[in-house]
Structure formats: structure tokens, C-alpha cells
Ligand binder design. Sequence first.
Ligand code: GLA
Length: 382
Amino acid sequence: MELNRRTVIAGAAAAGVAATALGGTARAATGRGPVKELFGTLADGTKVHRWSLQNGGTRLKVLSYGGIVQSLEIPDKHGRYANVSAGFAALEDYVASSPYFGALIGRYGNRIGKGRFTLDGTAYQLSVNDGENSLHGGAKGFDKRVWDVEPFTHGSDVGLHLYYTSVDGEMGYPGTLRTKVTYTLNRHGDWRIDYTATTDRATVVNLTNHTYWNLAGEGSGSIEDHELTIAASRFTPTDAGLIPTGELAGVAGTPFDFRRAKPVGRDIRAGHEQQVLAKGFDHNWVLDKGVTATPVHVATLRDPRSGRTLRIATDQPGLQFYSGNFLDGTLTGTSGRTYRQGDALCLETQHFPDSPNQPSFPSTVLRPGQTYRTSTVHTFGR
Ligand code: GLA
């Protein structure tokens, strides 16, 4: 699917697109790309490419390895650009030690307890890679696979289709899962992700993207002063291994209440037992809107200094807010600065963790003949 030569498909997206007013400032149409370049080579000789595209003031760089968002640049209130997604400058770092920076996650976002579940009477044992549990699809999830990439321009949209087929039994999951993910930048600079998957045997699936945000720019310090809003009255408390207990707990009167905009750091040291277990926030919020047919706005992140904002809309019922608790100063990011605890955060749209073992949670089962579909839209402002 991937083209063999350097490919430039420009013009169509840029042509005829009117300047868009955003944040009071007219932004010239900038639809450009996708442009392909070599990013690195894996140990087995597989070449990894980086695709660059831009539209409506957003500049995106995506790797064929893991569908990773390697860079996402947006302007601040003065028009100054920064890369607001944590990542690495070199492929070797993604292979050696990435905590899922920018990556597509599959087959199952977040944890499945003991890596086990039973479906239609058959017990399955998954790859276990997080203590006794399976995290983000197991030891070699979709974040570590090379995807086939197909660029497109469609009207004023610019984007990439990414394809990966996971064979029956891969990481312990049943069924051949054919996955297609589309990244689109529209003329307003919104980044939309559309996921589809089909299977030839009953299986479970929960796809997401693991971009780490720092709206002041990656490597610029803590996200504790970012203001966050999450439209959720409940969250799913966990055990010590971060597996949901099955309870849906109210956020009212707890540090987990983000129904009104609140700095991430305000209550992060409140000593709530759930925060102590997770070393901060690392939980699934139960979105009040539930599963919806189309994306609905569920979260807003704002950096007061730069003015940059991110709004997230999704059709999914859950949002994993992870406050970068495991960043420990051992990784050096894209611009050469060290990432310490809380230097970036994730907002992963998803079905709830461990759903295959939790009959009361919305189902993640996919059967032959059905198509798994989900969409998430990221809208940027300043
Ligand atoms: C998810 C998990 C976290 C952590 C990160 C990756 O957000 O919930 O516990 O594993 O991924 O480091």
C-alpha cells in the first residue's frame, strides 16, 4: 500500500480553500502533503517512513511504525508554533523504550486483568506485559507494528489511511483482525481519527491513540498548570494493578472531579487512595454522554500561558486520563530535553479497561460480519 517513491500530493487541498478565522486571527489555508521521507530502519531491515502533512494551521508528522504521531505543531495566541506531543527524534528510541508516545494502541487499549478472558465459553490467555496483566495489546501491540500507509487529499481534507492486519492468535487474541485507521486534518486544523476493524472469529477490540500532550510544548516542563475539563460524573476505581474493581464511583467531592475546568495539579497530591495506587491520575472516566453514534465533546485541555487549547470529541464511553506518572527523567524527548513525571498527559478515548472480564461494562466484543467503528476529533484553539 505504501508508495515506493517520495510522494508529494499537494495543491488539491490548498487550492480554493478560504482563509479560516480562528481565535480572532485569520489563518491562511495551508493544506499540504502528505510528504513521505525515510525515518529509520528496523533491525530486520524494514524501512520506517515519516509522513508530514499540514492543514488549517496544524502540522502533523506520522510514522509508519505504530502509526505514531511523532510531532504535532500548533500555534499559540501569538502565532508561535510548538510541538505539543511528546516523542523522540530517532526511531531507535521508539523501538527501545517508548511508553507508547503518540502510538496507535491495539488490539486492546489499557489493561486486561491477568491477560485472561473467556468468550463464548473459550478461555484465552493474552501476552502479559505489565506485572500479571496485559497492557495495550501485549508485548508487541499495534504500537510496535509497521502499518501500510496510503496518503490522500479529499476536497479540503489531507490525511493518511493506515492499515494493519493482526493474524489469528497474535498476542493471544482470537480472529484475524483487519484494521484501518484514518488520520485527517481538515481546513480548520482539526485532527480526526477514524478507526474500523473486522474479524473472522469472535474477538475483543478497543483501539485508541496514545498521544502525550503538553500544550506549552514538549520538553517545556510540567503540565500541572494545564486546565482540564472532563464531562464525567463517575470514574472506574482500580485495584493496585490498575484493573477496574467494577465499581462506577462518583467524582463529586473527590480529586477526580473535573466537571469544571481545574488545573491538573490542584488536587494531584490530595492523597486519595486511588491516586496513591496510580501515582497520580491514571483512570478511566465514565463519560456522561455514554456511547454515541457520532463524536460528542467530552474534554477540554488549556494551557493558560500559551493560550493553546485542545478539545476532544468522541463516540466512545470512556476517557483514560493519565498524568504522565511513569515519566521518571530517564527518557530524552524530541528536542533533547528530559521528560520528568507530569511533563505530559494522555487523554485516551476508549471502552473501559478490562471490559472482557466485566459484564456490567459496555461490550468490546466484535463478531464476524460486524464492523468495529469509532471516531475521535481533536480541535485546537488559542
Ligand atoms: C496508559 C496506562 C498507564 C501507563 C501508560 C503508558 O495510560 O493507563 O498506566 O501504562 O499507558 O505508560
